[in-house]
Write a protein that binds this ligand. Structure first.
Ligand code: E4P
Length: 236
C-alpha cells in the first residue's frame, strides 16, 4: 500500500484473516465489535477473544463490552482487560438507555485499563470522553466517520477537533472508524488522525487500487464491461 502516515487497523472478526494480516504485517492492529463478531459467525464471545489473543500476541486488539448496565459493563471490562496485555477494552459512549459512560470511562482509565471508546458521533461526546480519560493511560477515541458522512455531514472537522484536543497527550489516539471507501484513508491522514480501521474487503481494495493510474483503471473498467457483456451473451 502507498506509504501513509497513519496506523491501519483491520475491523472484523474472521480469525484466519486477522492472523494472516498479523503475520504479514499488513496492519498495525485490530478492532472488533459484537455486530461484526455475530456477522462472522462467532458463537462464543470469550472463546473467540482467547483464540485471537493466543495467535495475535503483540498488536492491539479491541474487544467491546455489550452489557446495557453500567456496573455490569465494568465487570465485563475487567474480564476483557485480563485476557491480554494487547487488549483495548471498547466502551460505547452510552448504553441504550441514553446513560452516558463518562464516569465509567474515568473509573476504568484511572485504574489503568486501556480503553477504546466507541460509537462517538458528536463534538460534545469527543470532548467529554477526552476529559474523562487519564492522559497517561493508552486510549483510543473512535469517531464513526462513515456513519457521520452517511448522515450527510463531513466527518473531517470532528476528527481535526479531536486530533487538536489530543495534540499534547500522546497516549490518546484518535481513530477514524466506520470507514466506507478507500479515500477515507487519505481523508483520515490529512486530518492528522492517528489510526483508521477498515473492513478486510476495504483493506484489500486499498492494497489493490490505492495510487493506481487512472487511465489504466479506466481501461480495466471498459474491459470488465466488455467481458461481462460477452459472458452474458448479450446481442442486439
Ligand atoms: C470500530 O471500531 C467499529 O468496529 C467499526 O468501524 C464500525 O463501523 P460500521 O459498523 O459503521 O461499519
Amino acid at each position: 500500500m502507498k506509504d501513509l502516515n497513519i496506523k491501519i487497523y483491520s475491523d472484523g472478526a474472521d480469525i484466519e484473516d486477522m492472523v494472516q494480516r498479523d503475520v504479514s504485517n499488513d496492519v498495525d492492529g485490530f478492532t472488533t465489535n459484537p455486530t461484526l463478531m455475530a456477522k462472522d459467525g462467532v458463537t462464543d464471545y470469550i472463546e473467540f477473544a482467547k483464540e485471537a489473543l493466543s495467535k495475535i500476541k503483540e498488536k492491539s486488539i479491541s474487544f467491546e463490552v455489550f452489557s446495557d448496565d453500567i456496573e455490569d459493563m465494568y465487570r465485563q471490562a475487567i474480564i476483557l482487560r485480563d485476557l491480554g496485555e494487547n487488549v483495548y477494552v471498547k466502551i460505547p459512549v452510552s448504553n441504550t438507555k441514553k446513560e452516558m459512560t463518562y464516569d465509567l470511562i474515568k473509573r476504568l482509565s484511572s485504574e489503568g485499563v486501556k480503553l477504546n471508546v466507541t460509537a462517538i458521533f458528536t463534538i460534545e461526546q469527543i470532548e467529554k470522553v477526552y476529559e474523562a480519560l487519564n492522559k497517561n493511560i493508552p486510549a483510543i477515541i473512535s469517531i464513526f466517520s462513515g456513519r457521520i458522512a452517511n448522515a450527510g455531514i463531513d466527518p473531517e472537522p470532528f476528527i481535526k477537533h479531536a486530533v487538536s484536543l489530543a495534540k499534547d497527550t500522546p497516549c490518546i489516539e484518535i481513530l477514524w472508524a466506520s470507514s466506507r471507501e478507500v479515500f477515507n484513508l487519505i481523508q483520515a491522514e490529512r486530518c492528522g488522525c492517528h489510526i483508521i480501521t477498515m473492513a478486510p474487503s476495504l483493506l484489500n481494495a486499498a492494497n489493490k487500487e490505492l495510487g493506481k493510474d487512472l487511465a489504466q483503471f479506466s481501461l480495466e473498467t471498459v474491459e470488465m464491461f466488455y467481458k461481462d457483456a460477452n459472458n452474458a451473451g448479450y446481442n442486439f
